[in-house]
Every structure is written in structure tokens, then in C-alpha cells.
Design a protein around this ligand. Structure first.
Ligand code: GLC
Length: 493
């Protein structure tokens, strides 16, 4: 079936589809990029009024959102082609020199140029991006998409092919070698994921850790290898340790705040309770008022004497989908969205990071970046593409009505505003200062959310079964000293 026929069938098949939704599908279709006559991805934005910069490229992380919408609609072809084109682009040679991608890296974006025999695909691994940021998330999104594609389509041939198995192993080789670290988290530079500018998200930012965990879980299911294969065992062990670490040390709620508030500092040795030597004075006072009684969330970053308590929506929502959050943590995160609705959902869901960096913090942590001014863009702006993650996470914890309410309230407004890339302001009331219109993931995010609400069973393609739990997970020094996660709800006297 060709694509216009597919679109016609889609809209006919759903007589209740609103005008805004039908228009959104049409726009998504317009964003499709072809290579060799086959659909291979969607461009980042179709804003004809703004200069293209690199928004005319297919971004791996942006396409994931389009792919979820397509998979939910039963259109597998474009996703399969995207996976194979990016697999061909994966950096397969060993490079040690500057500005060349390490072996196993997946591109941040690609572009199709030329025509006929001259037609070619050019990849960008960040070497052409502003500030030359490294897209560490690309390989993780790729693995997650391969997992979702395989589950949704039932086609195992792509995952099992020799080329794909090699690609999976190359990504894992990049993440699992011996390191100068003893934590299961991944050490990354600033701007290495969706937040691709300086924002104090270097070190061990939550979004990357949770995506890493999802990538490991995807690889575990996709690797064509016996359970005792050394790489497979390494994947399972790291995945379990990582989940344990995040659940235990990143989790914040009233009980945790009470504990941190009364922490001893400068503790040596194995029995230190304050493992990262967090000074209680560094916890901002607003948080003691803001944290709801029944809510909680994963902190944005953790390192020596560093606990970034900003709330990152993507990391927290993906923690629910990938299973980093246990059942009560998952409920607590959605409860937080409900209790702090004005701050986290506002008028145009959802806040990417809360709160914004302001004053000297903004100046020092963003390098005085005017695009990331307080309550704008990454620094406290609202991003509609997150709606698919929010809806999926709500469904996961049985809060469908909440997801319906949030989506119903914004769908028509997004269409009327022509699906801006982001909104600014504390409540996301105003169009983002430099936001593009017809931003593809702002179109695809709400569409995917609507599809999920129509067919909630399909959420399975985005989730995983029971996590692995090697015995060694509880024995390490990490598990020994900190308060275990299951003391939530207790208030220490
Ligand atoms: C911006 C976003 C990035 C996105 C790109 C294309 O740079 O920060 O996450 O992938 O635009 O939409």
C-alpha cells in the first residue's frame, strides 16, 4: 500500500478523529524523508519561516517519537527502514582522534541529499552540531526502537540478522568496558542527550542513566546469544546494579529529604550513610515545601557532594516505562504530576526541567546562554513531545483518566498554534521565544499519546518483562550503607 492510501485508510477507519488530529497525521506524513524511494525517517521541523539550520535532518531521538506513533498505527515499514539506514551509518571503525565518532556510536541525525545516482545519506555524530556535543542517547534510542519494532511487528528477522547483532554488540562495547569508576551509572559530558546544550547535566544525569537502563533491557531481549554468553551476563548484571543504584540513591521523597536534612557529613569507610557526602545545606529550601506528602521523584544527577534536585520529566517518565521505578515509586511520580500540576503540566504539557536556573546559577551553569534563559527552552520550558511518555507512564500505573484529561485539554490548542517545538513561562503559556512551528515531535507526541489511549494494550511494545536480578546485586558495598528504598513513607524522628 502506498502512503497516501495508508493515510486515507487511517482517517476513514476512525470517524471520531478530530479535525486537529487528522491534520496532525497529514503533517506527520509531510515530514517523511525518502531514500531510494523508501520512507526512512521524519525531519525535525517543517517551519518554512525559520532558517533550516539542522532542523531539516532526521534526528534519532526525534524520530523515536514519530516511530511510536507509526508503530501504534501498524505502519512498520518506515521504522524498519530507519533502523537499517542508521545501522549502516553506525560508526564501525576504531577512531582515537578528535572529532571522529567512537566505534559503536549512532548518529545524532542524518540528512538525505542529491538525487538519482547521486542520492546519499550523510550522518552527523555531533561533529557539526552547536558546541560539538556528543549524542550519547542515540544508540540507546536505537536499541529501544529495535525492541519496540520487534514487539509491535512480530518481525524478528531484522533483530536476528548478522548486521544487527553486530550493531547491538558495538553499542554495548562502547558502554560496558572497564572504566575509571566504580558506580553502575554512565559518566557523560554536558549536553549529551535531548538537552544538547550546557545546563549542568554532565556527570551522571538521570535521563541518560534511565535510557542506558532501557537500552540494556532492550539488548538483553534482542541479543541472539545463550543466557551464559559473557556479554549477555554483563548486560544483565549492569542493568540490575544500575536499577538498584537509581532506586536507592536518586530517589527523593519526604522520608528521603528528612534523612538528607539530618545527614552526618565527612564520613569515611564502609558504613557511611551519606555515601556521596551531600551537605544538607545544599538542598534548596523550596524543595521542603514543594515535595508532596505522597509524591516523590528521581533526582536529576548525583555525584560527589552533588545532588541535583531539579525535576527532569523525561528521566522520571522513562523510569516508569523501563522499570527503574518500582511500583510505589511509579505511583509517587504520577502523584507528583497531579499534586504539582501547575508547575509540571501547566497550560501546555510538559515541563522539561523544574525549576529553571536563574541569576548566578543560570549564568554559571549555562555559560550565560540566552536561548536557555530562565523558564525558556530546556531551562524550564514546556515540551509537548513528552506527552507520549506521560500518557504511557499514566497507563502503566492505572491512571488513564488523568492522561485523558491532560491530552484533551491541549490537543486543539497545539493544532491551532501549529505544534510549536516548546512553550515558555512558568506555566508554559507563551510560545517559545525561538520555537519552531510544525515541529515534528510536537506533532507525533500527542498523536502517539492518543493512539495509546485508544489501544492501551499496545503499551507492551514500550515496556519489558520482569527485570533480571543477579544475586551479587545485594552484596556490593553500594547496597550496604545507604537507607534502602523501601523505607519510603517513614518520617525519621
Ligand atoms: C534541539 C533539541 C534536541 C532536538 C533537536 C531537533 O536541539 O534540544 O533535543 O533533537 O532540537 O529537534
Amino acid at each position: 500500500m502506498n502512503r497516501p492510501e495508508w493515510l486515507a485508510r487511517l482517517t476513514q477507519g476512525r470517524p471520531t478523529m478530530s479535525a486537529g488530529e487528522a491534520e496532525a497525521w497529514r503533517r506527520l506524513e509531510e515530514s517523511v524523508v525518502y531514500f531510494g524511494g523508501k520512507p526512512v525517517g521524519t525531519v525535525a521541523s517543517m517551519d518554512r519561516a525559520a532558517s533550516a539550520q539542522n532542523y531539516d535532518q532526521v534526528f534519532t531521538r526525534d524520530f523515536f517519537v514519530s516511530a511510536v506513533a507509526y508503530l501504534l498505527r501498524g505502519d512498520f515499514e518506515i521504522v524498519r527502514h530507519f533502523l537499517t539506514v542508521t545501522l549502516d551509518l553506525q560508526s564501525a571503525e576504531r577512531h582515537m582522534d578528535c572529532f571522529r565518532p567512537g566505534q559503536g556510536m549512532m548518529p545524532a541525525s542524518f540528512k538525505v541529499s542529491g538525487e538519482g545516482d547521486e542520492e546519499r545519506v550523510e550522518a552527523d555524530f555531533g561533529e557539526l552540531a552547536i558546541a560539538r556535543v556528543t549524542p550519547i542517547d542515540s544508540g540507546f534510542w536505537w536499541l529501544y526502537l529495535l525492541h519496540a519494532y520487534t514487539r509491535a511487528s512480530g518481525d524478528e528477522s531484522l533483530a536476528k540478522s548478522e548486521a544487527t547483532q553486530r550493531g547491538i554488540r558495538l553499542i554495548l562495547d562502547l558502554c560496558l568496558p572497564p572504566r575509571h569508576e566504580m558506580l553502575p551509572t554512565l559518566l557523560v559530558p554536558d549536553g549529551s542527550f535531548m538537552i544538547d546544550r550546557r545546563l549542568g547535566v554532565y556527570g551522571h544525569p538521570l535521563d541518560i542513566q534511565v535510557l542506558f537502563h532501557i537500552a540494556l533491557r532492550s539488548a538483553d531481549g534482542l541479543l541472539d546469544a545463550p543466557a551464559d554468553d559473557p556479554l549477555r551476563r554483563a548486560v544483565r548484571e549492569r542493568e540490575a546494579h544500575l536499577a538498584h543504584h537509581l532506586r536507592t540513591y536518586y530517589w527523593l521523597d519526604m522520608a528521603g529529604l528528612n534523612r538528607i536534612y539530618r545527614y552526618e557529613v565527612e564520613e569515611l569507610g564502609e558504613n557511611a550513610a551519606n555515601q556521596f557526602n551531600i551537605y544538607p545545606e545544599t538542598i534548596p529550601t523550596w524543595l521542603f515545601e514543594w515535595m508532596p506528602r505522597d509524591g516523590g521523584y528521581f533526582a536529576g544527577n548525583l555525584g560527589p557532594a552533588r545532588l541535583d534536585v531539579r525535576f527532569f520529566s523525561q528521566g522520571n517518565l522513562l523510569a516508569i516505562l523501563g522499570g527503574v521505578a518500582d511500583a510505589s515509586q511509579a505511583e509517587a511520580i504520577i502523584q507528583l504530576f497531579e499534586d504539582r500540576r501547575d508547575d509540571l503540566i501547566g497550560e501546555t504539557p510538559l515541563k522539561l526541567v523544574f525549576p529553571a536556573l536563574e541569576g548566578r546559577d543560570w549564568s554559571l551553569m549555562t555559560g550565560s546562554d540566552p536561548k536557555n534563559a530562565p523558564w525558556s527552552y530546556h531551562n524550564g520550558g514546556n515540551w509537548p513531545f513528552l506527552l507520549w511518555q506521560f500518557t504511557a507512564a499514566c497507563l502503566r500505573v492505572g491512571r488513564r483518566a488523568f492522561a485523558v484529561e491532560v491530552l484533551d485539554a491541549v490537543e486543539e490548542r497545539l493544532a491551532a498554534d501549529q505544534w510549536p517545538e516548546y512553550y515558555d513561562g512558568r506555566r508554559g503559556r507563551i510560545l517559545g521565544k525561538q520555537a519552531r512551528l510544525n515541529q515534528t515531535w510536537s506533532i507525533a507526541g500527542p498523536l502517539a499519546a492518543r493512539c495509546l489511549l485508544d489501544a492501551p494494550d499496545k503499551i507492551d511494545m514500550l515496556t519489558f518483562g520482569e527485570p533480571s536480578r543477579p544475586a551479587s546485586c545485594d552484596a556490593g558495598v553500594l547496597a550496604g550503607a545507604g537507607e534502602p528504598a523501601d523505607t519510603r513513607g517513614e518520617v525519621q524522628s
